[in-house]
Design a protein. Structure first.
Length: 302
């Protein structure tokens, strides 16, 4: 049958809503109560399920029905909080247009548009943190999910202008970088045995290794093995250039990077992230590998 709020129900089970692995009997009971227009009882059942503890994947199923019950009871503010919980757990979620009444669909749309910028920003920060930790698989999955939402035609008017348009450029760049980094990541090194702690005398004599530069004529410069820059996110109207400074350690890995001449605020971020995947044959002095400070010129033509 169809309730006055337009949710199509067959044998007490709603059509159009996902039903993850929550306590199915309790959720089915809440659905049946909702179908019978017993909204208070349905809401109480859902609140008990919620209080018992549910996983993130279960949130949309519970909060969808809580929102519907609250809307039916005229408790709009609480319904909006439930809808916000759905969007936070699953930013791609939107009720099927053919299965819900216009009032319900409008409520979901309005709340989603309001909370989406903050949700996407948090998703970006979490994915970027995974990238910085060199957890490239997790980072790639996070940026892929982020791009799926940012490419949704339903929010195109929001994602085509700042701040979401900038976030889209960064997410796409980091998505590509994660794929490259994952493909080029070396296999994990065997676990090393811990070395005995140095004595106080040894600690006192420890000196940070010198970082050589082009000014040191006796040093052989590092040789590029991989130094790919990410694609520029838009077609430039004029030549664009900048400088990235990197410190390459004795293993040929970039251990530090900084922008010495800005290319573009968004592209600076992508270039610095890309530098973490660059690899070199290290610089040498008298045949031994040494640290080396290198300036990488970035030039982008229209």
């Amino acid at each position: 049958m169809r309730t006055k709020f337009g949710l199509l129900v067959v044998a007490g089970v709603a059509i159009g809503f996902a039903t993850p692995a929550v306590a199915q009997e309790s959720l089915s009971g809440a659905q049946a109560l909702y179908a019978a227009a017993q909204y208070e009882d349905a809401l109480s059942t859902l609140n008990r399920i919620r209080s018992a503890g549910i996983s993130t994947s279960d949130v949309p199923a519970i909060e969808q029905y809580r929102a519907l019950c609250l809307l039916a009871l005229g408790r709009s503010a609480e319904a909006e909080e439930a809808i916000a919980a759905v969007v936070t757990a699953n930013p791609t979620y939107a009720p099927a247009t053919s299965e819900v009444a216009p009032r319900v669909r409008s409520a979901f749309t309005d709340v989603r548009r309001r909370v989406l910028p903050n949700v996407l920003q948090q998703k970006y920060l979490a994915s970027k943190a995974a990238y910085d930790r060199k957890e490239y698989r997790a980072a790639g999955e996070g940026f892929t999910q982020l791009m799926a939402v940012l490419s949704d035609p339903g929010v195109a008017d929001m994602t085509e202008q700042p701040p979401l348009s900038d976030l889209k450029v960064l997410a796409k760049g980091f998505q590509d970088l994660s794929v490259v980094a994952l493909a080029s990541a070396p296999p994990p090194a065997p676990e090393a045995r811990p070395e005995p702690a140095p004595s106080r005398t040894a600690e006192a004599k420890t000196v940070a290794p010198r970082i050589y530069t082009l000014a040191d004529a006796s040093v052989t410069q590092p040789v590029i093995v991989a130094q790919a820059l990410p694609p520029y996110p838009r077609k430039p109207l004029r030549p664009v250039q900048g400088v990235v400074e990197v410190v390459i350690n004795e293993q040929g890995v970039v251990e530090n990077a900084a922008i010495r001449s800005s290319i573009d605020p968004l592209y600076d971020t992508l270039a610095l992230a890309a530098s973490k995947t660059w690899r070199y044959n290290p610089a040498t002095k008298d045949g031994a590998p040494v640290k080396f400070r290198k300036l990488v010129q970035v030039r982008i033509q229209p």
